[in-house]
Each structure stands twice: as structure tokens, then as C-alpha cells.
Design a protein around this ligand. Structure first.
Ligand code: ADP
Ligand code: ZN
Ligand code: ZN
Length: 888
């Protein structure tokens, strides 16, 4: 196994990176990359392929204790400092480098430098903020060491547990560590070194007990306040940190902000030490000045400029004048975090008893929590079987143990009802990481989580990176959803990281689904995951009656690609609307028609950049490329032949809505798709109208199939169950099946049984038959057979190498070279290699695309092989996608 690792670290780390990366700026916290590829691939292991949990000590205890810190940097034992000639730090910087960079640590900074702390370093001519990943004993060979410039934080911003997760992610997904770290931290995290110190009255009077202390006191006496980093610069001695901590503890020095990671910095004012009467006298004839002094005296705490000017009705000039006179002093303090607080949960919990199958599932989680062991479970049950209730109670059980839970959902905007329910139940303890949060709200939530104030985190895949304390449970709702895979670097899978993180934290995991991914099914079959199955359907209990419409038999003349409302479906709609119930219709294409075709010359208006037909959007009068988003005005005559015989071919949601209105005048209808999301109010408005009964029929793309709970929906119709079946992706069948089952789950959730109509050209297909007959076993068996026969996941591990280039030949050549190197490698005999071949979308956004697929029996081999053959320098034209979800 001595296939020597490519020395990924650049020879001279003072490399000039002119690569116009967005990472460049000297940002407060956009940080760099994780270190070492040194962990052997044996340590990297993914769900189900995992060796028994390793001991990870202190991983879940939140920020390090002082003692741990002392151990980490050796400052606790003087000997370490003397024996070690140079202290080193491996720093992940926000550049696309495969390894962290190594720096020497100046003696004065040593006490502050520990893993997880942000530091400012020089890279080439620039100064960047990076995160210390570790304190290596030796520098990589041939590296010219430069010193760290500055320490940004007083305490690590990343816990050992999160650093470990970052390392794993960088390694496993071949992501630059810097990009991983960037994903872990809020973008505007203020530095702890910005924490400001000022002398208290007690401190001004007390006798300093050491030389350093007296120097600190002197410096603080000279200026009204100093930041810790300013102090560090003026007093570069190793014991500074300890001295400051001691001064703060003895209340001789006041530090603004709590942990140094508070909110935004604001200027605040306080009375200078001295008699109130003397101050008032000192204010002279200014009634406003006197009012300011009285206000501050009444408040008995510092106040912001806004508070004071508001209370007194003066301008800030008054405040500044008082500062100049030495009556007030000003300093910077953390703005108080003021999130709207909610009542603590409890009321939100419904009062019904759990059914035995539900109770059993909750008990299984409770047992794992009590034993503090890693325990992954598949929680499977059809829509409405009470899965949500089970995992919410599991979260309650976790809270009762004073541990934290992370609750992942594929897309939070599509489950406003869930967010509401979770908020009601967990109130104050909840942190909601909504994708629409602004940077500062996100940071506040991040800080509440980090401080342990919020112990339940609800969010999309990135929430798995939240800095929770003592993780006890991760719930991954709709675990099969491909939205859990991030499609930009780092290309991690939220569900898989959930398993990895839970293993490190000895936490329980609930993978929740009505239609689990094949990966998860196989893991459950092989008993790597516990199986918790809910059999009954809560409420009315009846399953929807399915009706299959064979579109080949429909006796309606239609144009190619046209989607129709069959007679059966029309009758069902009529009946349902007639009895006052609601209808959901799925048409998985947005826009008016997928193609606008010139009948005279065949022009079909392809996107120049993507080579695919643009979708016709009639209301907006545009032709939109759905792959790159570019739009052009829709022509009224053909620009090639000037004929006006332009024909929309096929049906999207917009056209379906139009047809529907013609067919059912007077029935209210609404559309939910990506276009609707962009309109004012977005998805939430459409969903809310439908929930309230304001619309009778909801047409939409697969967005309508997601976990909504509409008690009054009695009919779900699929215009074409075949949309995905023909896609050149081995998961196409799985997607079809999942979508159909999910949609069927929307109907009949109230007290009436629902109906489902599936229109298809492939009535005998096993996915459609299984969905029709609620035969989940049959689907799983058949699909697993197919995967095994053709060596697809979950029976193999898959890596996609995608090459993109404006030049077609170059795109191809890059992969040909790579394929050659792979074939020469001894491990290639254990790997199945497909390609290089044009990707399904051969041209996208102006770039030609080729792919090379590697399949191997274990991730370990693939990883080793790739590590050996991938170019050392990051190649922006090459995408490495480990466990890809989308092969198009
Ligand atoms: P799922 O997540 O499987 O779709 P939910 O947990 O949302 O199912 O449950 C569906 C409905 O049934 C919800 O309204 C829920 O409150 C209710 N429910 C769940 N468990 C029970 C139970 N044990 N008794 C009565 N109602 C229940
Ligand atoms: Zn034409
Ligand atoms: Zn395009």
C-alpha cells in the first residue's frame, strides 16, 4: 500500500495564487481548507460500510476546556515549549488547494493557536483568514515556513468533532479542505480577537500582581478600550492570554460580548468612573448632556447611541462632546442578540397515544440514547403512518437527556407545516436554518446552536454541519431525496454525513421514508441498520384506490408528446370537485410546452449553450432554457423561414392549467412549480391558499408530491407516470416509483379514502405496478435485482468524473488521459470503467461535457486509485463526484 501519496502540498507555500477564486478576499471568516490526507483510507468509511465505532474522545463536548487547550498547545507544561524548536500549525485557507498550509507559530501567539481557531496568514502576497486544522509535529519537506500573522479567535470556532467531520468530508469527497471549512462557518462570523477590553473601576484601583498584568492595566488605562488582538500586538508575551482571563475573572477588566462570538459590534456609552454629581456639573449648561448622564445612571448599564439619543432626543454630537470631556466613555460591544423568543414547547404535542408500532420505534431510539451508542435505524412506513410523530417524540426523548438533535428535510420551504409543528413543540429550543435566512440571522442561529441554547436544529442538508452540542439524534426525513446531495463543491451527501457524524458522536440516526433509497434498504436488509416499520395508517386507515389509465388505449387524437386528461381522470376530477374535495395533479414539467416547433422548417429553438430545445413560456412570452436559465423573447414568426406555423409541442404545467380552465370553467386552480416559487409569496402562498380551501385544484411539478398534509385532498392524478422512465440514469426507475408513491400519499389523508389516477404508456412496468398495488417489497426486490445484475449501487460504489470545457476535444482528452492513467494502475483490475463518453447532456451552459464512470466493490479501492491518478493541481474543468445522485 505504499503507493506513495502525491505530495499534495505545494513545494513552496508562498505560491502566488492569481487564480481568480472568489475565495481570495481577506474575509473575516470565509475560511480555508482542511489538512492532511494523512488519515488512511481505511479510516474513511461510509454508512453501512463502517467498521465498529471508534473511540472519539471529547468529540461531543463543545468548545474545549481550558485544560484541553493547555494540553493541545503545550503551554500548560513549560517543557514542551522549550523542547520544541518550532511550533507549527496546519492552516486551511479559502483557496482550492488539496491540503492545508503549514506555518510556524511565533512564541507570543502560541497560547492562542489551537485546532479550530481562525488565524490570519500570508499566502503569496495576500493575507487570508484560515482555520487551524492541527498542530503538526513536523513540517512537510521542502516547505519554506512563514509565521502566522495574527490569531482571530480567543476560542476555537470549530469543535474537534466538527474538525473531524471537515477532514472526513474533504477526504471522502475529494473536496478542498478550505471549501469544506467555508461550508461549516457562517460567512460573517466576527473574530473573537475583536472582543474589546476595558478597565473596570476595581481594575483601575487594584495592585497588579505581575509585570505582565501591570503592563496590561497600563495599556488599558491609556486607551478607553482595546481589542484583544490590539493588546496582543502591543504585548507579545505568551502568558498574555492567561493574564487577561484572570483579570476578567477578577472583574478588573470587562470584556464586551460573552464568548467573543456575539453579534455585530456596536458603539456603546457608559459613564466614566467618578461621582454622578461631578459628572452632571461637568456637563455644564447642556440640558441634553445632563439628561444623557441621568439616563445612563438610571439604566446602570452601558447603552447604545440609538438608545440614548432616542431616550433624550438629542444627536450623537452631544454624546461625543461628553466623551471628549471625559464624562462618558465609549467602547464597542456586541449587539445583543434579539431573536423573537417563543414559549417553550409542550403545548404543541398532540394528546393521542402512540400505536404499538410507533411506541416500539421510539423505545428503540430511547435505548440507543441511554446507552450512548451509534445506532442507525430505517424508519419506514407509508405516508400518514405516523412517522413524523415518531421522530418528533424521539427528539423529545433526546432533549430529555439534555442532548441535541438535528432534523434534516430535503427542502424546508416545501414543508412549512412541519416547520410550524416543530416550532410549536420545541419553541425556544429550536433553531431553524431556513435557506432564506439572511447572513446575520444565520449567524445568530449558528451561535445559539453553538452556545447550546438551541438543541433542536431543523434545516436542509447543510444543517448536518451545525455546531450542536452533544449530538444525540439525527433525523433524515425523506432520506431517499436526491436534494440531500450537494451539487457544488463540497459535493457531500447530507444523509451520509449524518451517519458519519452520528457514529463519531455515538448518536442515533433515523432515516425516514415511505420509499427508502436502495442503499438504505440494502443496509437494513443486511442488518447494518435497525428496521423500524410502521404498518398501520393513522386516521381513517384506508389506502387510496388506484386507477390505471393506459394512454395507448385512449381514443383521443393528439399530437406527439402531448399530455392529456383522460376520460377517466376527467370524470374523477368532476366527481371530486363536485363533492367539495380537492385535487392534486402532477405534471412534471414547467412552462407551456417543452418545445416550440416551426412546422415549416423544423426549427426548434435550441439554446446555443446547451444544445437542447428551450421551453416555451407563454405568459411571459419567452423561450427559456431549463438547463442554464437563459431566456429569449418568443418569436411570432420563425426567424429561419419566416413562417408563422409555430407550434407548441407537448404540455407543461402552464399549458395544463390553460386546458384545465377550458375544461372546467369555474373550478379554481393554482400552479406550484419553480416559476411559482419565484413569484411574490412563493410556494408558501400557493400552499397556504390550497390548504385554506381557496383553490380546489393544485397543478404542479414534483413539488406537489412532497410531504404536505392536506386533509381535504381526495384525488391525486399523474398526467404521465413515465416522465423519468426513459432517462439515461440508473436511478430513473427508483425516482419514478418514489414520485408515484409520494403523490399517492397526498390523497385521502383526511377521514375519506382517496383515489389515485396514474396515466402511463407503460402500464406493465414493475415500478408502476408496484406503486399501483402498494407493493413496496415487489419494487425493492425487482430493483435490487436490476442493480446487482448491472453492477450499480448499492452493490458497487460509484464515482463520476465529469470533464467540462468550452473546447469539445479538450473536454474529451482530459478524461482520456485520466482513463489511461487509471488503466495503468494495478487497482484498476478491481474497478469497472465506463467511458469516457459524452454525458447525457453533452453541452450545458456553453461547455462540452464528458463523463467517466468508475464502479468498484469498495470505496476504499476507488479512493486509493483516484488519489493516485488525479492531477495534483486542482483542475477546474474536472469534477469528481463521489456517490453521485445525478448522472445526466
Ligand atoms: P407520516 O409522517 O408517516 O406521513 P404523520 O406522523 O404526519 O405521518 O401522521 C399522519 C397523521 O396522523 C398526523 O395528523 C398525525 O398527527 C396523526 N397521527 C400520528 N400518530 C397517531 C396516533 N398514534 N394516533 C392518532 N393519530 C396519529
Ligand atoms: Zn421555420
Ligand atoms: Zn441553456
Amino acid at each position: 500500500m505504499t503507493a506513495s501519496d502525491p505530495p499534495n502540498a505545494p513545494e513552496d507555500q508562498s505560491l502566488e495564487t492569481d487564480a481568480g477564486t472568489d475565495a481570495g478576499s481577506d474575509l473575516g471568516s470565509d475560511v480555508g481548507r482542511v489538512p492532511e490526507r494523512e488519515s488512511s483510507p481505511g479510516q474513511l468509511s461510509m454508512p453501512g460500510w463502517l467498521p465498529p465505532p471508534q473511540e472519539v474522545t471529547g468529540s461531543s463536548k463543545g468548545p474545549q476546556s481550558k485544560a484541553e487547550r493547555d494540553r493541545a498547545d503545550g503551554s500548560g507544561s513549560a517543557s514542551a515549549d522549550q523542547d520544541e524548536p518550532v511550533a507549527l500549525a496546519a492552516v486551511a485557507v479559502p483557496l482550492p488547494l488539496p491540503e492545508p498550509l503549514t506555518y510556524s507559530v511565533p512564541a507570543a501567539l502560541r497560547p492562542w493557536v489551537m485546532p479550530g481557531v481562525r488565524v490570519r496568514v500570508r499566502v503569496g502576497k495576500r493575507k487570508l483568514v484560515g482555520v487551524v486544522m492541527e498542530l503538526p509535529a513536523e513540517a512537510p519537506e521542502g516547505v519554506r515556513l512563514r509565521p502566522l500573522e495574527e490569531v482571530v479567535d480567543d476560542d476555537p470556532v470549530l469543535s474537534p468533532e466538527l474538525l473531524e467531520l471537515a477532514r472526513f468530508t474533504a477526504d471522502y469527497y475529494f473536496a478542498p479542505p478550505g471549501e469544506v471549512i467555508r461550508a461549516l462557518l457562517p460567512s460573517d462570523l466576527p473574530g473573537g480577537g475583536e472582543r474589546r477590553l476595558r478597565l473596570t473601576d476595581a481594575g483601575a484601583l487594584a495592585l497588579p500582581s505581575s509585570e505582565v498584568e501591570s503592563q496590561v492595566v497600563e495599556l488599558l488605562r491609556e486607551s478607553s478600550s482595546l481589542s484583544i488582538s490590539e493588546l496582543r500586538q502591543r504585548l507579545p508575551v505568551p502568558e498574555l492570554g492567561a493574564v487577561i482571563e484572570e483579570l476578567i475573572r477578577r472583574k478588573r477588566v470587562a470584556a464586551s460580548g460573552s464568548a467573543g462570538l456575539g453579534g455585530r459590534m456596536k458603539t456603546a456609552y457608559d459613564l466614566a468612573p467618578g461621582e454622578l454629581e461631578a459628572h452632571i456639573e461637568g456637563a455644564g449648561r447642556s440640558p441634553q448632556g445632563r439628561a444623557v448622564i441621568r439616563t445612563l445612571a438610571d439604566l446602570a448599564r452601558p447603552a447604545t447611541a440609538a438608545e440614548l439619543t432616542g431616550a433624550v432626543g438629542c444627536t450623537t454630537a452631544v454624546l461625543r462632546r461628553l466623551v471628549k470631556k471625559g464624562i462618558l466613555r465609549s467602547f464597542t460591544q456586541m449587539e445583543r442578540i434579539s431573536l423573537s423568543r417563543h414559549r417553550l414547547g409542550g403545548e404543541g404535542r398532540p394528546d393521542f397515544e402512540l400505536r404499538p408500532d410507533q411506541a416500539k420505534a421510539v423505545t428503540a431510539v430511547e435505548e440507543a440514547l441511554a446507552e450512548r451508542r451509534y445506532a442507525p435505524f430505517l424508519l419506514q412506513g407509508m405516508t400518514g403512518s405516523g412517522k413524523t410523530e415518531v421522530y418528533l417524540r424521539a427528539v423529545e426523548a433526546t432533549l430529555a437527556q439534555d442532548r441535541s438533535s438535528i432534523l434534516l428535510v430535503p427542502e424546508i420551504a416545501l414543508v412549512p407545516a412541519l416547520a410550524g409543528a416543530v416550532r410549536q413543540r420545541f419553541g425556544d429550543q429550536l433553531a431553524l436554518l431556513h435557506s432564506s435566512l439572511g447572513a446575520s440571522e444565520r449567524r445568530q442561529e449558528w451561535q445559539r446552536i453553538r452556545a447550546g441554547d438551541a438543541r433542536v436544529v431543523l434545516g436542509p442538508r447543510s444543517a448536518i454541519l451545525a455546531p450542536v452540542r452533544d449530538l444525540g439524534l439525527v433525523v433524515v426525513d425523506e432520506e431517499q431525496d436526491s436534494a440531500y446531495k450537494q451539487d457544488v463543491t463540497p459535493r457531500y451527501h447530507g444523509r451520509d454525513l449524518a451517519l458519519v457524524r452520528a457514529r463519531h458522536s455515538n448518536a442515533a440516526v433515523l432515516l425516514v421514508s415511505a420509499t427508502p433509497s436502495l442503499e438504505t434498504r440494502l443496509n437494513a436488509q443486511r442488518q447494518r441498520f435497525g428496521s423500524l416499520t410502521l404498518t398501520a395508517r393513522a386516521g381513517h386507515g384506508a389506502l387510496p384506490d388506484p386507477i390505471l389509465v393506459d394512454l395507448k388505449q385512449e381514443d383521443v387524437p393528439r399530437k406527439p408528446g402531448e399530455v392529456i386528461l383522460s376520460i377517466d381522470l376527467r370524470q374523477e376530477i368532476e366527481a371530486t370537485v363536485g363533492e367539495g374535495s380537492q385535487v392534486i395533479l402532477l405534471r412534471n414539467r414547467r412552462g407551456y410546452s417543452p418545445v416550440l416547433l416551426c412546422r415549416a422548417c423544423g426549427e426548434d429553438f435550441r439554446c446555443d449553450d446547451c444544445g437542447l430545445a428551450r421551453t416555451y413560456h407563454r405568459k411571459e412570452h419567452q423561450l427559456v432554457c431549463h438547463y442554464c436559465g437563459s431566456a429569449v423573447p418568443a418569436p411570432s414568426v420563425c426567424p429561419s423561414c419566416e413562417s408563422d406555423a409555430l407550434d407548441p409541442i407537448g404540455t407543461g404545467t402552464e399549458r395544463l392549467e390553460e386546458q384545465f380552465r377550458e375544461m372546467f370553467p369555474g373550478v379554481s386552480v393554482d400552479v406550484l412549480d419553480r416559476d411559482a416559487v419565484r413569484r411574490p409569496g412563493g410556494a408558501a402562498a400557493v400552499l397556504e391558499r390550497f390548504r385554506a380551501g381557496g383553490t380546489q385544484v393544485l397543478i404542479g411539478t414534483q413539488m406537489v408530491a412532497k410531504g404536505h398534509h392536506f386533509p381535504n385532498v381526495a384525488l391525486a392524478g399523474v398526467l404521465s407516470a413515465d416522465t423519468y422512465l426513459g432517462f439515461p440514469d440508473f436511478r430513473a426507475v427508483e425516482r419514478t416509483y418514489n414520485l408515484l408513491v409520494q403523490l399517492a400519499g397526498r390523497a385521502g389523508r383526511g377521514d375519506r379514502p382517496g383515489r389515485v389516477v396514474l396515466q402511463t404508456y407503460h402500464p406493465q412496468h414493475y415500478a408502476i405496478q408496484a406503486a399501483l398495488h402498494h407493493d413496496d417489497e415487489a419494487f425493492a426486490t425487482e430493483e435490487l435485482r436490476f442493480r446487482r445484475m448491472f453492477h450499480y449501487p448499492p452493490y458497487t460504489r460509484l464515482v463520476q468524473l465529469l470533464s467540462r470545457d468550452t473546447d469539445r476535444r479538450r473536454a474529451h482528452q482530459r478524461l482520456r488521459d485520466l482513463a489511461d492513467a487509471i488503466y495503468r494502475h494495478p487497482l484498476s483490475q478491481r474497478v469497472r470503467i465506463t467511458g469516457p463518453a459524452p454525458a447525457a447532456f453533452e453541452k450545458l451552459r456553453g461547455k462540452w461535457r464528458f463523463q467517466l464512470l468508475l464502479r468498484g466493490p469498495s470505496h476504499k479501492d476507488l479512493h486509493q486509485l483516484l488519489r493516485d491518478v488525479l492531477p495534483e493541481a486542482q483542475d477546474s474543468g474536472l469534477v469528481v463526484d463521489v456517490d453521485p445522485q445525478d448522472l445526466m
